[in-house]
Each structure stands twice: as C-alpha cells, then as structure tokens.
Design a protein around this ligand. Structure first.
Ligand SMILES: O=C(O)Cc1cc(O)ccc1O
Ligand SMILES: [Fe+2]
Length: 453
C-alpha cells in the first residue's frame, strides 16, 4: 500500500504507478477507492454494519432528484460521521473574504480596471486569512453568481479544517505549491494546474512551497462542467481523462482540531477532538479534481478571423439559461496564430457578460505591457475594451506569417452578472490608476478616403 505518512500523515489508497500515482483519471466519473482493503461495501451503500466499524455517510452535491446525467453524490465510509465534527458553532470574523450581495457604496465598479499583483504580506496567512476578495456577483442566498479572490498563503493549516457550504471553489495557482488534504484524498497543485473543490467538501490546506499566490473563482451556482463541443466533436479542448480525482486517504488522529465553515457569507468555527479527514473509503462522482492546463488543446481559426473567446472555454457553470453561463472559465494559452488577412488579437468589444482576467505567466496578446503575471483586469458588463495602442499598431501592420504565441497563459472568469468591486479591490489592492490611458493614444485614422491606413 502507498502511504504519504512522511508528508501529511494520511494513509493513502493504492493507485496506479507513474503519472496516476495518487490520482484516478476522469471528470464526473463514478470512482471507487479504499485506503484499507475491504473498507468499501460492494453492491450496496448501507450495510447493517460497515467493515472496520466505519460509518456510512452520503455527500450530496446535487438535489436527490436531479436528472441522472447531472446527479452527483459520493458515499463515504469514515471513522466518525461528520455530525461528530460540527457542534456549538461560534461566529468568526474573516474580514477580507466577502460574499455577494456585497455592493460597497463609495466604490465604483463601472469601469475598466487593472491591478498589479497583490504583494505578499509579512503576516503569516492561511488559506482562510489569506483570501482577498476582489469582486462579487449575484447572490449567495439564491445560489447564483460568484466571487473572485486572490489568495496569499504562507502558512499551512495545522489541525484546522475548512469547508464552504456556499460554493464550489476553482483554484488557479500563480506562485508556490499547495496541498489540499481533503476528505476524499490529496491534491497537490502548482502553477499551470487548477483544482476544483466541491461545495461542502472539507479540507486542510498545506503550503508545500511558499509563498503562494493565486486566483480563486468561488462559484455559488450550479457546478462547473465541461462545455459541449458541438461540431468540434468528441475530442480537443479539455478532455475528461486529463482531470484527476484523488485516491482515498485518511488519518486517524485524536487531536484537538478546529473546523471553519463558510455558510451564507458568514464564517463559523467549531472545536472537535479529532482529525475529520477520516474517510477510509469512498465511491461516487462528487469529487475534487485537479487539471493540468498544459493538456488543454486549443482549437482556433485556421484560415481567417478571430472567433469568440468561448472557443477557449475549459469549464462552464450553467445558469439555467442555455448558453448563458453563470461562469465560464476560459484559457488563453500558447497557440499558433495563422489567420490570413486578419487582425489577430481580440477585437474591440462590449460584452453583456463581465470579464475578470488573470495572468498566470507570460504576455497576453491584447496587452503586451502592464498585464503582468499575478495581475488582474476587470472589464465589467457592457464596458468597452480591447487591444491597447501598442497591440493595435503591432497587429494591424504585422507580417502575417504563422506565429507561435509562446510563454503565455492568462484566463478569464466570465460571468453573466455584473461584478462589484470590494473595498479591498478599490482602495487597498495595487490598482493601476492609469490603465485606461492605454487606449488614449489610439488615433483617428479615418480621412474620408477609401483604402487601408
Ligand atoms: O477582452 C479580452 O481580452 C478577452 C477576450 C479575448 C478574445 O480573444 C476575444 C474576446 C475577449 O473578450
Ligand atoms: Fe473582452
């Protein structure tokens, strides 16, 4: 049996060697995994007595009656039921982690905004205290919308655990390495990878290489899923096999511990006497996953024109209105530009959806300067934007050979809802006051005569 005892104290289920060590491939698969042989009941979920004296417990990620293709739940076989993990909640203040609806009166969200990377702090910060909300959208109480955050983490959670009842969390690291020790197993993530932590799943976050900075999309709504590929067919974009779910891993530690719960925007904590990471075996399709963004296979224009950025959708969280996502997670990565007679960067546009972008590494083609790794931009609902002056001039007179866009990885959290800036985003974070000047020098080229200028 594999163990990770030297690192995290968790006993881990055996798994395939090589790239799959510790993980099982697939998105939305029905997995089964056990860290002790025979711990998982076969052919049924609720035997009168479970092996090893374990308790059976279901974690429902969708309504019991959700349609079959959307229905997600996982059966856990654990040392103690979760209800032993949660009593006498005490309200906790987490001042920088905000939840929609959260509209700050004297902060203006209407605008084109860009921030430099939020600097690391000299305070020790955990996954909870290091979360800095930039924008919120929608309403957590009706389970619509999202929040975007920057995390700055330097300190591992010690005998401390967290879960969000409000949201599924999409984590996009930009610096440092994190380990998510979850009820269902361990996810290690580094820049260039993402993780999805489902609503209600409990975990502890450890720093394996710090300091850590990254982006989080907190999804209050329906879960992220893979977009339908339509005529593209059964392959390319994000492929299901490239998502990795963890194998079961548990710890049997009787130590005083704290569980923090985010619930309708409020934080509460409760004291327990043991590690709650005590799921010895599980089966089901409601799981955390990680995904290596370098396996994303972009499909684009191979003759002319610049398609809508939806071609680069990695994951989409539906809103209930077909084609109009609560959130799309879109990736602008390395790719060849080959379009003939075409202005190749993004066109100028106004969008009913609001676009929050982050740079993971490299240079973004519409903004060769100023949008730096770790930086963020926000082009809110219906507010015009597009290439800056340099990008426009370069691209409109470039020799249109096949060009490889190399060393580039930016992403967009695009939501159908307007995004509201927090006071942190408007006042504390390193806002670039001169951002809109990047379009200022775009000059009038029209002189009434036909012909290209
Ligand atoms: O605004 C942006 O930079 C994101 C974006 C990229 C693109 O290729 C087309 C539209 C779009 O909003
Ligand atoms: Fe845009």
């Amino acid at each position: 049996m594999n163990t990770l005892a030297d690192f995290s104290g968790l006993t881990q289920a055996p798994s395939l060697p090589g790239p799959h060590a510790g993980y099982m491939p697939g998105f939305g698969n029905d997995f089964e995994t056990e860290a002790l042989p025979g711990a998982l009941p076969q052919g049924m979920n609720s035997p009168q007595k479970c092996n090893y004296g374990l308790y059976g417990e279901q974690l429902s990620g969708t309504a019991f009656t959700a349609p079959g293709h959307q229905n997600e739940r996982t059966w856990c076989y654990r040392i103690r039921p979760s209800v032993k993990h949660s009593h006498r909640y005490a309200r906790l203040d987490v001042p920088h982690w905000k939840t929609a609806p959260h509209v700050v009166d004297d902060v203006t969200s209407l605008g084109q905004y860009r921030w430099n990377p939020v600097p690391h702090s000299d305070q020790p910060l955990t996954w909870i205290t290091g979360m800095r909300t930039m924008t919120t959208a929608g309403d957590v109480n009706t389970q619509v919308g999202m929040a975007s955050h920057i995390y700055l983490v330097t300190q591992s959670m010690k005998d401390a655990y967290f879960f969000s009842a409000d949201s599924e969390m999409l984590v996009v690291p930009q610096e440092g390495r994190l380990r998510f020790c979850t009820e269902l197993g361990i996810l290690d993530i580094a820049p260039g990878e993402i993780a999805i932590l489902p609503r209600g799943l409990l975990y502890r976050v450890e720093v394996t290489e710090g300091p850590c900075r990254g982006f989080v999309c907190e999804n209050y709504g329906q879960k992220f899923e893979l977009p339908g590929r339509g005529p593209i067919g059964a392959n390319c974009m994000a492929n299901r096999r490239d998502f990795k779910a963890p194998v079961a891993a548990f710890e049997d530690r009787d130590v005083p511990s704290v569980v923090t719960i985010k619930w309708c925007g409020q934080f509460h904590e409760t004291q327990i006497a043991q590690s709650p990471l005590d799921v010895v075996a599980w089966h089901g399709n409601y799981t955390p996953v990680k995904y290596d963004l370098s396996t994303y296979c972009p499909v684009g224009a191979v003759l002319f024109d610049h398609p809508d950025p939806s071609i680069f959708t990695v994951l989409t969280a539906p809103s209930g209105q077909p084609g109009t996502a609560n959130i799309d997670f879109v990736l602008f990565r390395e790719r060849w530009m080959v379009a003939e007679n075409t202005f190749r960067p993004p066109w100028y546009h106004k969008n009913i959806m609001s676009e929050l972008m982050g740079n993971i590494y490299g240079q973004y083609d519409a903004k060769p300067k100023g949008f730096v790794p770790g930086g963020i931009s926000l082009h809110n609902m219906m507010l015009p934007h597009g290439p800056d002056k340099n990008a426009f001039e370069g691209a409109s007179s470039a020799d249109l050979q096949a060009v490889k866009l190399d060393n580039t990885m930016s992403f967009m959290f695009e939501t159908r809802f307007p995004q509201h800036l927090t006071a942190f985003a408007g006042r504390e974070a390193p806002l670039q006051d001169d951002y809109i000047d990047c379009w200022e020098s775009l000059e009038k080229k029209f002189d009434g005569t036909p012909g290209t200028k």
